[in-house]
Design a protein around this ligand. Structure first.
Ligand SMILES: Nc1ncnc2c1ncn2[C@@H]1O[C@H](COP(=O)(O)OP(=O)(O)OP(=O)(O)O)[C@@H](O)[C@H]1O
Ligand SMILES: [Mg+2]
Length: 250
């Protein structure tokens, strides 16, 4: 199987040399753990080291903020965009519809994109109920005539359906590797905020933040990676001046 190298120092060796080509990988963790930086670094390295074109889709940040964050690590996203090696697409969450995934898929096809980052599924989840007045799913499909569900339960079902179909839509491309960013779950036993994407995705990378006074406050663990004998240890994570570095526990 072809492996897609993230080029993130210390990471690829945890997953047999890289992410499985075509996989959808959930990167989950609490706020400020470095999830977006992980995604940016995946695309920057893809464009500059591996000749793979990248698409960054953000539902939560302005383009200038993404570009500024990247520039702190010396990654010139505007230059890469001019060279057509990367595209940053910022979609205000209020503009997301059922057709957004179709638009993203068309762009992937047309621009021959190989690496995609979706930032974030959580923003989609929080806002999904308003777009879940779906064309293909009505309330009647969810509840039968004899059952009474309260609106939050129906809403929850619709959100999960929306997230599932969003991820499935992106999984159709066999040679496009996708990172989907999520906040971690507030419910015990789950890894993502929406509680379904860890099942839908082919791999899960969890980044934790816990300052205990040691060298690094962040740690990373590969929780799942289909078709891969993945490392199962917790690894300290550093956000250095060159971006994310994954260390081995001493
Ligand atoms: N130049 C830098 N050098 C070192 N650390 C940095 C630098 N810039 C940002 N950081 C760290 O990275 C964090 C932001 O990383 P990032 O935006 O990837 O987090 P995130 O997990 O995506 O957060 P959120 O869930 O809020 O979107 C900051 O909180 C800060 O701790
Ligand atoms: Mg982020």
């Amino acid at each position: 199987m072809k492996r897609v190298k993230t080029g993130i120092k210390g990471f690829d060796e945890l997953v047999q040399g890289g992410l499985p080509e075509g996989a959808s990988i959930l990167v989950t963790g609490s706020p400020g753990t470095g999830k977006s930086i992980f995604g940016l670094q995946f695309l920057f390295n893809g464009a500059t080291k591996f000749h793979e074109k990248g698409l960054y889709v953000s539902f939560e940040q302005l383009k200038k903020d993404i570009v500024n964050q990247a520039s702190q690590f010396g990654w010139d996203m505007m230059k890469l965009e001019r060279e057509k090696k990367i595209e940053i697409l910022c979609i205000p969450i209020t503009k997301v519809t059922q057709d957004t995934v179709i638009m993203i898929k068309n762009k992937i096809k047309k621009e021959k994109i190989k690496r995609v980052v979706i930032d974030s599924l959580t923003t989609l989840t929080v806002n999904a109920p308003i777009y879940s007045m779906t064309k293909d799913l009505t309330i009647k499909d969810v509840v039968n005539d004899n059952t009474v569900f309260s609106p939050p339960i129906v809403g929850d079902f619709l959100v999960k359906h929306f997230i599932y179909s969003f991820i499935e839509g992106l999984q159709e491309f066999e040679t496009v590797t996708t990172i989907l960013i999520s906040e971690n779950s507030t419910e015990p036993g789950y890894m993502s905020r929406d509680t379904v994407s860890e099942f839908a995705c082919d791999g899960v990378i969890l980044i934790n933040f816990e300052s205990l006074g040691g060298d690094y406050s962040r740690s990373l663990i590969v929780r799942k990676m289909r078709q891969t004998k993945n490392d199962e240890d917790v690894h300290p994570v550093e956000i250095s001046e060159h971006g994310i570095v994954v260390h081995q526990l001493k």
